[in-house]
Write a protein that binds this ligand. Structure first.
Ligand code: FES
Length: 73
């Protein structure tokens, strides 16, 4: 299911990044960064945060660098 129409990101894209381990993003805008784009209209942020919360559970590890791209966030 597409959750971000501006960047054509799916719920699966978000879950893939959120399951990337210790460096998993902690915010919806960081999810966009890990996926090589940036939030535009912002309508998806709440949905992405909900998917993140479900995927990461009680994770309290911060993220400074995307584990997939190596890009600084
Ligand atoms: S729907 Fe995601 S930034 Fe617009």
């Amino acid at each position: 299911m597409i959750v971000c129409s501006c960047n054509v990101l799916t719920d699966s894209d978000v879950r893939t990044v959120c399951h990337a381990g210790e460096g998993a993003p902690r915010s919806a805008t960081r999810v966009h960064g890990c996926l090589g784009c940036s939030a535009q209209c912002g309508r998806c942020l709440r949905t992405i945060k909900k998917i993140m919360d479900e995927a990461l559970g009680a994770c309290d590890v911060g993220c400074q660098t995307c584990p997939l791209t190596g890009r600084e966030l």
